[in-house]
Design a protein around this ligand. Structure first.
Ligand code: ZN
Ligand code: ZN
Length: 363
């Protein structure tokens, strides 16, 4: 039997575990085993498999050694076969149409901030999912717990992404971006000149989530009026018990109620400035809640269906956002990541011009 590629099998297992929201620890064992094996000469790998000494390699444990041995023997690893057989059910109707219409993802993290994988691995997973682009949105400086990028590091990331793009397959591009913190007064936590250079800016509230409604409303409306902001990330900041995507990775007690603000005013600001409200697909966020999403749909808002992925396998969570969007009647043409990349970029660049032209400041 011809042998399979053990690196591809280990990576596929990691992807499926991430998608099932499994613990980072378990996923990492497969990714680090893949790295170890990829760096090894083929002959040594075969010798070790024959001698039963794969498990002595650093980064390879008992379970991963068994997977590698099975791959080399030409069999699909049992571990992988089991995971593939528990794949999620297919999407139906409107949710499926939405998912098929999505061309990319506007919110994802790499290990430059609090993500678990290098940019290139995130990009390759996006390519495999058939995306035309992935907007890289690592955190901004003040979110130190998530290793937010100070201006100098973000500049370095921009150079790095430009180089990566040269090496990536034709028809796919990493778009530059940021998940910028919306500060207490609604200003954005990054230099204006840098924000202006980025392709897409997602702005989110991560601090003082219990601010009183008038204060939170002002904060959000100011951020929406900022010409640099394109997409308002995870609207309410709530955390829910992760369902559906396998709740094994969920730690009990890590839920958080939605923040309180004047929804009508926030929606009116999004409409006035042509900004999109994110439909965050993370099983532990599912933000905005359906009742708010329905109001925003009826008001005529733009949306972006994103994963907020922190690992490659999580890029496949778009389906959860699509399911909720479909339930709330979100029309595909009002979802900015169903548009062509050119139109998306034009939109992101365009409303900043409009806002400047209309004399609106950033407060
Ligand atoms: Zn966030
Ligand atoms: Zn995020």
């Amino acid at each position: 039997m011809p042998s399979r590629d053990p690196v591809a099998d280990l990576r596929r297992i990691a992807f499926l575990l991430e998608r099932a929201n499994e613990s980072t620890y378990r996923v990492r064992s497969f990714r680090s085993a893949a790295t170890t094996v990829a760096a090894l000469p083929v002959t040594e790998l075969a010798e070790r498999a024959a001698a039963g000494t794969l498990g002595e390699l650093s980064g390879v444990g008992e379970v991963t050694a068994r997977c590698i041995a099975e791959s080399l023997a030409g069999e699909e690893p049992v571990y992988l076969r089991r995971l593939e057989s528990t794949e999620g059910t297919d999407l139906n109707g409107a949710a499926r149409k939405l998912r098929e219409a999505l061309r990319g993802d506007c919110h994802a993290h790499s290990d430059w901030s609090d993500g678990g994988s290098p940019i290139e691995e995130m990009a390759l997973a996006a390519v495999e999912l058939g995306h035309e682009y992935l907007v890289l949105t690592d955190h901004s400086p003040r979110l130190t717990v998530a290793r937010g990028l100070p201006p100098a590091r973000l500049r370095r990331q921009l150079d790095y992404v430009a180089k990566l793009n040269d090496a990536l397959p034709e028809g796919f591009r990493i778009l530059t971006g940021i998940e910028v913190d919306i500060l207490d007064d609604g200003s954005l936590d990054q230099e204006d000149a840098l924000l202006a250079r980025l392709d897409v800016v997602v702005g989110s509230v991560h601090s003082k989530l219990r601010d009183e409604s008038p204060r939170m409303t002002r904060r959000m409306v100011n951020a929406i009026a900022n010409p640099h902001l394109d997409i308002l990330g995870h609207l309410t900041g709530r955390k829910v018990a992760a369902e559906g995507a396998g709740d094994r990775g969920h730690r009990k007690g890590h839920t958080r109620p939605p923040s309180t603000f004047d929804l009508d005013k926030v929606i009116a600001a999004c409409l006035e400035h042509g900004k999109a409200i994110e439909i965050n697909s993370r099983p532990d966020r599912l933000d905005p809640p359906k009742r708010m999403l329905t109001v925003a749909v009826e008001a005529g808002c733009l949306f972006s269906i994103d994963t907020d992925a922190h690992a490659p396998g999580q890029l496949d969570w778009l389906r959860y956002g699509c399911e909720r969007a479909a339930l709330c009647g979100v029309p595909p043409e009002r979802v900015v990541n169903t548009w062509s990349m050119e139109r998306l970029l034009e939109w992101a660049a365009g409303h900043s011009g409009k806002a400047v032209g209309s004399g609106r400041g950033t407060n």
